[in-house]
Ligand binder design. Sequence first.
Ligand SMILES: [Zn+2]
Length: 218
Amino acid sequence: MEYFDIHTHRAQRETGVTGILSLSLTGDAPFEIPEDQQVSVGLHPWYATIGKLEADLYRLEQIAGRNNVKLIGECGLDRLRGEKLEHQLTIFKTQLSLAQALSKPVILHCVKCFDELMTVQKELKLKVPLIVHGFNKHPELGRQLLAKGFELSFGSAILNADSGAALLLRELDSFFLETDDADCNIQEIYHAAANLKKCTIEELKARIFANWKKINLI
Ligand SMILES: [Zn+2]
């Protein structure tokens, strides 16, 4: 069974690993997405601007329905970077509506905006799975997100056994793992997770694939 990396920015592929390459469709360059690779496409809150939303969204809509686009995003909210929050919310919500229309799960970037994130989820009555990627906050916040139906993905933070991510992961059955842009590979992350969960890598792979099957709606 393969390793599954739900969120990576590394285009290079590896045998034994199924990865979802995250691409931001912002910017002026003509966009080409690999057709034989699983990807997520979205407007990243660091780069998306309200001024270009219409053009960016048009481009996103042309691509988002393709079969190899497994997730919409990463998109979301970031209090420390990008447009002012009001604009980020507009950009974010249009992508959530698109995901909803296509029945595709969303991979979320959220920095210091968890209250806003939960409000948006409630307001839009979203049915598609929403995965908070790179979660490494206090376990209590994680529990709160899970209780509201969010999914969580953990990255290199779990290599530190005292991190909020590692503490929370110990008690969870359903979660994802990712490399994001970290300087380590997915095998190391699985290894750390297996230690925290006191299970084998094979058990972990089976569990994560089952979780993925559950939320991969089409
Ligand atoms: Zn990322």
